[in-house]
Write a protein that binds this ligand. Structure first.
Ligand code: PGA
Length: 251
């Protein structure tokens, strides 16, 4: 059985003070849920403070990005080792990084290597754009993102890798894919692609999340399907009530 994960991707939102007030509320409620992992991914500037606050809380911390380089003259970058001082996870390959910062599968592959070297669990985001979907290319785009992104990476423990299927047209748009479409894609594209890299047993153990306009109203439909192991939540992770409402739907 794969334990579900609800992950919040805060993107470029919340000052340190705002982060503290949100997390103080989450902390009070998260213990009332069982058999679910909760991960929040705030901006780098709040990680140190939240790490101290969350020391005895089950809420896990993730970064939203790391450099592919281990250290050195890379102005503005944060290494895997630096993120790992505070974080257990890191989001990589998010469609906003791919679209606005030119991250291709080769760079994402180097970042995945860097994350694993630093002991971080990657949350690798994959997903097709609307034009790719309309052209009938969703499966091949996603397969390439997985094969090229994870090329050369050895994985012995399925708990050390998370995949988030996020169709680009569903992110921040209020329009989500249907639970059946997502299940079909996970079962027929994502898991077979993972299986070709690491074998059937590992592929069945890897958590595959859905992301794209998840909210407390539609979350139950996703979590009731066997293939979807949780959600990567953007907008609805910025308000305690909304994020907790999604976690609640796993119970
Ligand atoms: P959204 O974002 O929930 O606001 O659609 C999801 C994501 O980008 O991870």
């Amino acid at each position: 059985m794969r334990t579900p994960i609800i992950a919040g991707n805060w993107k470029m939102n919340k000052t340190e003070a705002e982060a503290l007030s949100l997390v103080r509320v989450l902390m009070q409620w998260v213990r009332s849920y069982s058999d679910v992992e909760v991960l929040i991914c705030p901006p780098f500037t709040s990680l140190s403070t939240l790490y101290k606050l969350l020391v005895s809380s089950p809420i896990q911390l993730g970064a939203q990005n790391i450099s592919d380089q281990p250290f050195g003259a890379f102005t503005g970058e944060i290494s895997g080792a630096m993120a790992a001082e505070f974080c257990t996870h890191v989001i990589l390959g998010h469609s906003e990084r791919r679209a606005y910062y030119g991250e291709d599968n080769a760079l994402i592959n180097r970042k995945l290597q860097a994350a694993i070297n630093a002991g971080l669990i990657p949350v690798l985001c994959v997903g097709e754009e609307l034009a790719e979907r309309d052209a009938g290319n969703a499966a091949s785009v996603i397969n390439h993102q997985i094969q090229e992104g994870l090329s050369g990476i050895h994985l012995g423990d399925p708990a050390k890798m998370i995949i988030a299927y996020e169709p680009v047209w569903a992110i921040g748009t209020g329009r989500s894919a249907s639970p059946d479409e997502i299940s079909d894609l996970i079962a027929n594209v994502i898991r077979p692609s993972l299986s070709s890299l690491w074998g059937e047993k590992i592929s069945q153990g890897i958590r595959v999340l859905y992301g794209g306009s998840v909210n407390s109203e539609n979350a139950g439909g996703f979590f009731n399907t066997a293939e979807i192991d949780g959600a990567l939540v953007g907008g609805a992770s910025l308000t305690a009530e909304k994020f907790l409402g999604i976690i609640e739907k796993t119970q």
